[in-house]
Design a protein around this ligand. Structure first.
Ligand SMILES: Nc1ncnc2c1ncn2[C@@H]1O[C@H](COP(=O)(O)OP(=O)(O)OP(=O)(O)O)[C@@H](O)[C@H]1O
Ligand SMILES: [Mg+2]
Length: 477
């Protein structure tokens, strides 16, 4: 925009300057030629009138022929009121009143350029004392007006082209100078999305850019090192805790086998201890899993599966680890999912479903529905699949809906239950497992005011169509 504006201002001012200079020069030139011709003719006319050789109209006709190059007409005013003219194509009314009064009243010769009836004309008036009048000659200089119009048009065209070129140049130059920044911004986005291996490639020959590139890459190096150190630390701590915990759990089992010989207080203490050791073991397991995925060491073994079948199996497996009094939720499979397959690590997916079902039973009064439906993300080879788990409990406050996926975050529902047993790692792990599959997970309000957790996984078209097991209604419970 600035380049185009600059080009416009520059070309407009240069154009105006050249137009007015040329115009001034051309008009001045033409005027002096006209004055010269008129003076020559006026001398001829006044001499012939004085000699009284022929009649005045004849003298004027000859006068017009003396200067054949100029397209002009002569007029003569005698004694203030009698007009002579060679033809009737021009009349005294064509002479501007101001010029007439200058020449006749003040007796001063003069010339004027003006437009009459759409034509550009130059009138020259010269007083002739012998007839107590004046000689006028009107020059038709329409061709001058035409030349000036063509010039104005050419200047305008050149200005428009220059402005356009300015805009094109500006766009090209700004694109070129911003290109390195686009690279920086793209790298920053990739890094913020977790791709810590992204680095900037330094462009040769630009020292400013080389400094930016090297400091940016150094910053990412340090960032990566720090993240890896932290992940290693968590992983080392969890590893170190695992073996004493295993010993503790084994010893507790021995004690539990002999619980009947303990006093009621001893039994109560043993129950509390074993509950805490189990919770601790689970937390260490979760931490190990998270730190493995943080350090990029997570192993994912993908299998091609049918989403409906997968979810039914995962729900059944999760149900086994829940208390027996928790009813299994119905599984609803949208028929539109038929023909779409997923690449899934079954162990991880089962953990996702079991964590969501466990949360629903702990905080939402039990899952009311597990639904499999087509998603909105359409790729070249198929469309995504949504798996949602919903309950009819108190749900999540809007401010908690993203926070619950943070590590060690426990929401208000966890504390409502009194002494909660969770550590706040369950949903963080869910998000991690889903991310490893290239999908994402979010929480929202279910239709009944409870919570709905939805996992979106990228799907692809199944190669063999083996979806015949769907019930006619398309819904399986
Ligand atoms: N279905 C739900 N309804 C209401 N609140 C929920 C639901 N699911 C999770 N929450 C809230 O989200 C918080 C985080 O859940 P998350 O599973 O990460 O941790 P947790 O259940 O407290 O512990 P963990 O799963 O590690 O044992 C919970 O403390 C709870 O407050
Ligand atoms: Mg949980």
């Amino acid at each position: 925009m600035t380049f185009a504006l600059g080009a416009l201002v520059l070309s407009a001012s240069m154009g105006a300057l050249s137009y007015f200079t040329t115009r001034h020069f051309l008009v001045g030139e033409r005027e002096s030629t006209a004055v010269h011709d008129a003076v020559v003719n006026a001398i001829y006319v006044s001499q012939n009138i004085a000699a009284q050789t022929t009649d005045i109209v004849q003298i004027l006709t000859t006068a017009d022929k003396i200067t054949p190059n100029s397209n002009s007409h002569s007029l003569l005013e005698e004694r203030g009121s009698v007009w002579y003219e060679r033809t009737f194509s021009v009349t005294q009314s064509e002479i501007p009143a101001s010029l007439r009064s200058l020449v006749l009243r003040r007796g001063t010769p003069g010339s004027q350029t003006y437009t009459f009836d759409g034509r550009t004309q130059i009138a020259v008036g010269i007083p002739i004392k012998s007839v107590q009048g004046a000689y006028f000659e009107i020059f038709d200089v329409s061709e001058l007006g035409h030349t000036l119009r063509v010039l104005a048009l050419a200047i305008f065209g050149a200005g428009a082209v220059t402005t356009l070129l300015g805009a094109v140049l500006g766009r090209w130059a700004s694109g070129r100078s911003l290109r390195p920044l686009t690279g920086v911004s793209r790298a920053a986005v990739a890094i913020s999305e977790g791709d810590l291996g992204t680095r900037l490639v330094s462009a040769a020959g630009d020292p400013d850019l080389a400094a930016l590139t090297s400091s940016f890459n150094r910053m990412v190096d340090q960032l990566q090192e720090r993240i890896e150190r932290e992940a290693r630390f968590t992983s080392d701590v969890s590893h170190e805790l695992r073996s004493p915990l295993t010993t503790l759990a084994a010893s507790l089992e021995v004690l539990e086998a002999q619980a009947s010989s303990l006093s009621p207080t001893g039994r109560r203490a043993l129950e509390l201890l074993s509950a805490d050791v189990r919770r601790f073991q689970r937390m260490v397991g979760d931490l190990l899993e998270i730190s493995r995925s943080d350090s990029g060491a997570a192993e994912v073994s993908l299998e091609e599966v049918d989403p409906g079948e997968l979810v039914r199996q995962a729900v059944a497996a999760a149900q086994r680890s829940l208390p027996p009094d928790v009813p299994a939720p119905p599984v609803e499979v949208d028929p539109a999912v038929a023909g779409t397959h997923l690449w899934v690590d079954k162990r991880r997916f089962e953990r996702v479903i079991s964590n969501l079902l466990e949360n629903a039973s702990l905080y939402g009064g039990g899952a009311t529905l597990v639904r499999v439906a087509p998603g909105d993300v359409v790729a070249a080879d198929g469309r995504s699949v949504l798996v949602s788990v919903e309950d009819a409990g108190p749900g999540l406050a809007p401010t908690e809906r993203t926070k619950v996926f943070e590590r060690f975050y426990r929401g208000h529902t966890a504390f409502q239950r009194g002494t909660g047993t969770g550590t706040g790692l369950g949903l963080a792990l869910v998000a991690e497992h889903v991310r490893l599959h290239g999908g994402h997970v979010w929480a929202e309000e279910s239709g009944s005011g409870g919570a709905r957790f939805t996992v979106e996984l990228p799907g692809h078209l199944a190669e063999t169509d083996d979806e015949h097991e769907l019930s006619p209604g398309g819904i399986e419970a």
